[in-house]
Design a protein around this ligand. Structure first.
Ligand code: S3P
Length: 428
């Protein structure tokens, strides 16, 4: 539990860094674990989710040394993985669960995958379906839709898969299975999801062909160890970008943030709402671009957020909803039904928790409608164990009159272990 009070005269000012990108950190550990040789990772996110990935691959026999944001992985190829003696526990991490199933799709042994109460509610048939089609023996609760899931690799054949959901986790699981299949695997998605897997497979020496919404790769390619530099997570930076825009007297620079175009919807939305946000010092040292992002207190206006923009900011919708409470006019978020199957049902948790603070916000079937500008008032709110809801509520507390008590605040450790300490320092 955390109790936070409103920031009155002092805004949030300074130059900060945010921890490494969660999606890229997961992939660096996984791909390093199935590559040949020693992979070094710098800028790794030592949050609970990515530590779950390390734990699972250690149980699969991979030697992994991790110290803060530095990780060294001694990979012996995918054929070097060994039957785990214990259950593989993905904790709260959907990315670990779904990508791991892709890795295990062809392994000649049995594994059992479980996670926490939130994972147990998240649909896995989007991954178990295509993997079964490829030849994996896979079962689980509700015929393989929910954890616990048990999996034994089959001899895989390549498929041409048209995914009904635009999901980087589905795309990545199918591509990881495709690496181990006979023939060329092709996946077509309904819209562009984040492309970290494609970029990183290339960094590990694989050939991946991308043609608009279709990705394909030949089976039998092996990965060669490399050095991965993980940029700051734009999904973590998003909390400070919105804080910088809505907390009076703020002026913040966030250095070395990943600006992969499949992830920068938050910057586009803030600009469209009228925020003074600038992106400078753009660099691409490894396969992912990064830059410094600067923001200062701005007056915002409500906008519509929908369509192809949604996958580029899906994880940022909780904090965008808070920004919308402070914007003049109405913000409509639609085409975002995927929010219902994230760490919590984020349509419900965002709407219910912001309502408690006095926001005028209503849920719709595929998003929410927010009327601004609302005066927020502190009260007791709850993260419901969802890291992004916890951090959004902490930023809301900077504006809310009086004190805001956040229950289950420790959920932030999933993606941002030092979040509250850093916010405290900025508040001084
Ligand atoms: C992720 C993909 C996204 C995102 C999640 C992380 C990834 O989910 O919401 O937090 O690392 O591949 P989808 O698979 O639904 O796109």
């Amino acid at each position: 539990m955390k109790t936070l009070s409103r920031l009155v005269q002092t805004g949030l000012t300074g130059t900060i860094r945010v921890p490494g990108d969660k999606s890229i950190s997961h992939r660096a550990v996984m791909f390093g674990s199935i590559a040949h040789g020693k992979t070094m990772v710098d800028g790794f996110l030592p949050g609970e989710d990515c530590l779950s990935t390390i734990d699972c691959f250690r149980k699969l026999g991979v030697e992994i040394r991790q110290e803060n944001d530095h990780v060294v992985i001694n990979g012996n190829g995918i054929e070097g993985l060994r039957e785990p003696k214990d259950i593989l526990d993905v904790g709260n991490s959907g990315t670990t669960c779904r990508l791991l199933l892709g890795v295990l799709a062809n392994t000649p042994f049995h594994s059992c995958v479980i996670g926490d109460d939130s994972i147990a509610k998240r649909p896995m048939n989007r991954v178990t379906g295509p993997l079964r089609e490829m030849g994996t023996k896979i079962d689980g609760r509700d015929t393989g839709n929910y954890t616990p899931i048990s999996i034994r690799g089959g001899s895989l054949k390549a498929i041409d898969y048209v995914s009904p959901v635009g999901s980087a986790q589905v795309k990545s699981a199918v591509l990881l299975a495709g690496l181990q299949a006979d023939g060329t695997t092709t996946l077509t998605e309904p819209h562009h999801s984040r492309d970290h897997t494609e970029r990183m497979l290339r960094a590990f020496g694989c050939e991946v062909v991308v043609n608009d919404l279709t990705v394909s790769l030949k089976g039998g390619q092996s990965l060669t160890a490399t050095h991965i530099e993980v940029p700051g997570d734009i999904s973590s930076a998003a909390f400070y970008l919105v804080a910088g825009a809505i907390v009076p007297n703020s002026d913040l620079t966030i250095e070395k943030v990943g600006i992969n175009p499949t992830r920068t919807g938050i910057v586009d939305v803030l600009k469209e709402m009228g925020a003074e946000v600038t992106v400078t010092n753009q660099q691409t040292e490894t396969s992912e671009p990064f830059a410094d992002v600067h923001i200062k207190t701005s007056s915002l206006e409500g906008i519509e957020i929908s369509g192809d923009l949604i996958p580029r900011l899906i994880d940022e919708i909780p904090i965008i909803a808070l920004a919308a409470t402070q914007a003049k006019g109405t913000t409509v978020i639609k085409d975002a039904a995927e929010l219902k199957v994230k760490e919590t049902n984020r349509i419900d948790t965002v709407v219910n928790e912001l309502k408690k603070l006095g926001a005028q916000i209503e849920a719709t079937e595929d998003g929410m409608i927010i009327h601004g500008k609302a005066d927020l008032v502190g009260t007791t709110v709850d993260s419901h164990g969802d890291h992004r809801i916890g951090m959004m509520l902490a930023i809301a507390s900077c504006l809310a009159d009086g004190e805001t008590v956040i229950q289950n605040s420790e959920a932030v450790h999933v993606s941002y272990p030092a979040f509250f300490e850093q916010l405290e320092q900025l508040r001084k």
